[in-house]
Design a protein around this ligand. Sequence first.
Ligand code: THU
Length: 136
Amino acid sequence: MISGEQQATLMDLAEEARAHSYSPYSHYAVGAALLCQDGSVYQGCNIENASYTPTICAERNAFFKAIFDGQRSFTAIAVIGSGETPAYPCGVCRQVMAEFCDGDFTIVTANRDRTVVVPQTLSELLPHSFGPKDLV
Ligand code: THU
């Protein structure tokens, strides 16, 4: 788990990222900030599409930017949505996390005004996951 201070800083960056959201269809803006083990942070936002299915979530946007840059080890991600309830990562994003992260990877979710901030681990959100270990 990350410290309370790290959590707050990461959530600030996720909130900043949410401002970049392109979400004219759902009007649900999401921002994410991904902390790598080397200390660098990658931000992501959701980007929607008129054809709907090409839409990418904020979490995967952040992960794919980091992966492109050669990052492979991750510590935590903060996610903030524009709803009254915390923005929990969707199943597809959890599966992407399982590709690159251990079970103790921290996922901090928040609602729009950060009155609810919930830290949890990947193994809590995606128990018994299928991943690279199953294909060796
Ligand atoms: N969304 C995310 O960005 N992350 C999630 O974990 C859940 C959903 C986005 C996708 C879509 O643009 C909007 O929220 C509504 O589903």
